[in-house]
Structure formats: structure tokens, C-alpha cells
Design a protein around this ligand. Structure first.
Ligand SMILES: Cc1cc2nc3c(=O)[nH]c(=O)nc-3n(C[C@H](O)[C@H](O)[C@H](O)COP(=O)(O)OP(=O)(O)OC[C@H]3O[C@@H](n4cnc5c(N)ncnc54)[C@H](O)[C@@H]3O)c2cc1C
Length: 308
């Protein structure tokens, strides 16, 4: 994004509206987290029980630190070199500062005692729901530049995550994006100027296909508004509808870009046997049928005046 463009966006949205780095922690599907190990609760039992807590004893913690220190990181390109902020250092950089650093940082155990015995754990890793539906859980504070295979190897050492399914891998990039849930309306328009619609990675979607699809949505909705119709979005049984739902409903304080993944979709109405492959095929069939119905109703020329 050029300086002129980001300057102009900042003028309209304020500095709070625009972010320049993503520091992404991995996200796991809830169904793959072992909840006989991880337990739901909050620090000191305060407020809503909003975290899944994965407890570690000292041997597990030491093994985890060793795993992290021995892991291979993605170096990135020169131009991509990120000046790390103290508040969101990669987890592997924190571990390099000392073996105890994580226990005083994102794996702090205080206020998270064993709910059965009341005893303090040596360390605790916490997951927080990324979406209102509670399907995607973010490993809080574990932003990382480890290679994907290394993330699988090391993060699955955490008790409760042994079989965890990665919906999104951790990463850190130089990236300009708007804080969509705080600044834009549901179709990506500027509330004060609805015909100004943002698309692509600037809106917090990540990836080629996601960016192209959001560009298509922006064009479709600008065309509709020019014709006096309300903007529309596909239903959250489709990947694009699920992605827009995330952008709209994500916690604005912790908003980070998102790529297409199955955790964005509405859960299936019925349990599907036959494993992840079979389940994903059913998700895909349902999505294809839904986008076809939606497109029959709303594509230009279909003649509908439906609402978003
Ligand atoms: C190194 C790297 C590897 C990646 N690999 C993949 C991958 O394998 N698969 C994948 O799906 N995604 C990948 N991505 C992410 C992907 O590139 C982006 O998500 C996608 O390109 C975003 O598309 P976009 O059109 O929103 O933005 P961009 O592709 O960034 O396009 C924005 C355009 O706007 C132009 N522009 C900026 N300011 C102005 C201005 N003031 N006036 C006019 N024009 C302006 C820019 O020059 C640019 O051409 C990668 C990203 C990086 C950095």
C-alpha cells in the first residue's frame, strides 16, 4: 500500500483503523482439541470462562522449550524483515531469551490452578475462541515464524493439542490492513460513504483467492448500490460468507487477517462419519449448492432486490 493511499485511509479512519503488521498465532479446530486435558476457565475465575487451558508439568514444559529452541524458522525476504514489537514477539524469540521467559509470559500459570485439586501448574498455554461460533481457537501469544512442519511438531507437544488440527498456521508479516470489525460495514463499505468499498488484503482477508473473491463482492455490491439496491453477502455455509462473517464479528481488539478454512463455515447439521476427508466433502457440497442458489438470486441480471 503506497504512503499516499495509507495516508488517505488514515485521514478517514484514524490511526486506530489501520494496522501494519500481522502477528498471527496458530488456530485449531475445537473438535480436535482434547478437552479431557484442556479445561475451560478464565484466570482467577474472573468473568466468562473464555479460555481453553492446556496445563504443563515441569518435564512437559522443559521438553516444549527444547522443541521450540531446536525448531527451524522461516527467514522471509529482506524487505519483509519485521521490527518486532515487545508486545508481540515470536514465541521462539521469547524462548531464546531464557528458559523461564515463557512461564512469565504467554504460558503464565498464576490464577489458572487445577480446577480439581486447586494446585498450581508449572505452565499453562491458553486458547481463546477466534469466532463467535467457537469453532476456531487461537493459541494466545504464540505468534511465530516457525516453518509449518515445525509448528505441527512443536505445538502438538502441548498437552491437549496432540491431535490438534491447524486451521491456520502462525506467521508474522509486514502487511497493511484495516481493522474491519471496528471500521467497516458488513460488506466492507465505509459507514459514512457506503459506496466506497474496500476489498482484498486491505480488508483483512489473506491469500490470492480470498482477495479476488472479495474484489468480486465489492464490485457486485457497488453495482447494486448504484442501482438503489442493498448490498448482499453469501450465507455462512459458503467459504466467502464465512469469511465475511469473521471480518464482521471478530474481536476488534485482536483482529488479525484470515485465510479460507473450514472453521469459518457453519457446522454441519448432522454428524458425518468417515473422517475429515468425508466431512470436508459434505461441507463443500453444501457450500456449492448454497452459492448456486445465492448466485441465481443475486447475480446482476437475476432481478432480485434482496438484502444483506
Ligand atoms: C511473499 C509473499 C508470498 C505470498 N504467497 C502466497 C501464496 O502462495 N498463495 C496465496 O494465496 N497468497 C500468497 N500471498 C498473499 C497474496 O499475495 C495477497 O493476499 C494478495 O496478493 C492480495 O491481493 P490484493 O489484490 O488485495 O493486494 P495486492 O496484490 O497487494 O495488490 C494491491 C495493488 O495496489 C497497488 N497500490 C498500492 N497503493 C496504490 C495507490 N495509491 N494507487 C494505485 N495502486 C496502488 C499496489 O502496487 C498493488 O499492485 C503471498 C504474499 C507475499 C507477500
Amino acid at each position: 500500500t503506497s504512503d499516499a493511499l495509507s495516508g488517505s485511509i488514515r485521514e478517514r479512519l484514524g490511526t486506530e483503523g489501520l494496522a501494519f503488521f500481522d502477528a498471527i498465532a496458530p488456530i485449531f479446530s475445537r473438535e480436535s482439541i482434547d478437552e479431557s486435558v484442556a479445561w475451560l476457565g478464565s484466570r482467577y475465575g474472573k468473568g466468562e470462562a473464555a479460555y481453553l487451558n492446556c496445563p504443563l508439568d515441569s518435564d512437559q514444559y522443559e521438553a516444549f522449550v527444547d522443541g521450540l529452541l531446536g525448531a527451524d524458522t522461516h527467514q522471509g525476504h529482506d524487505w519483509e524483515n519485521v521490527p518486532y514489537f515487545e508486545g508481540c514477539l515470536p514465541i521462539e524469540v521469547m524462548a531464546q531469551r531464557g528458559r523461564e521467559t515463557l512461564r512469565f509470559g504467554p504460558m503464565r500459570p498464576v490464577g489458572l490452578n487445577d480446577p480439581g485439586t486447586g494446585l498450581r501448574y508449572h505452565a499453562v498455554a491458553q486458547l481463546r475462541a477466534e469466532d463467535l461460533g467457537g469453532r476456531m481457537w487461537n493459541l494466545v501469544g504464540f505468534q511465530t515464524r516457525l516453518r509449518r512442519g515445525e509448528q505441527e511438531r512443536v505445538f502438538r507437544m502441548i498437552p491437549g493439542l496432540g491431535e490438534a488440527e491447524f486451521l491456520r498456521y502462525g506467521s508474522i508479516h509486514r502487511n497493511s490492513y484495516l481493522r474491519f470489525p471496528r471500521t467497516l460495514s458488513s460488506h466492507g463499505g465505509l459507514p459514512a460513504l457506503p459506496n466506497l468499498v474496500f476489498a482484498g488484503q486491505l480488508t483483512g482477508v489473506e491469500g490470492y483467492t480470498e482477495s479476488i473473491a472479495s474484489g468480486l463482492m465489492a464490485a457486485l455490491n457497488i453495482d447494486r448500490m448504484e442501482r438503489g439496491l442493498d448490498p448482499v453477502l453469501p450465507p455462512p455455509t459458503t467459504m466467502l460468507g464465512g469469511l465475511y462473517r469473521y471480518l464482521r464479528e471478530a474481536d476488534p481488539e485482536h483482529f488479525q487477517p484470515m485465510n479460507a478454512n473450514f472453521g469459518l463455515l457453519d457446522p454441519l447439521e448432522q454428524k458425518v462419519r468417515g473422517g475429515k476427508r468425508k466431512r470436508r466433502a459434505v461441507y463443500s457440497d453444501r457450500a456449492m449448492a448454497a452459492i448456486q442458489r445465492w448466485s441465481d438470486e443475486f447475480r446482476p441480471g437475476a432481478g432480485s432486490a434482496g438484502r444483506a
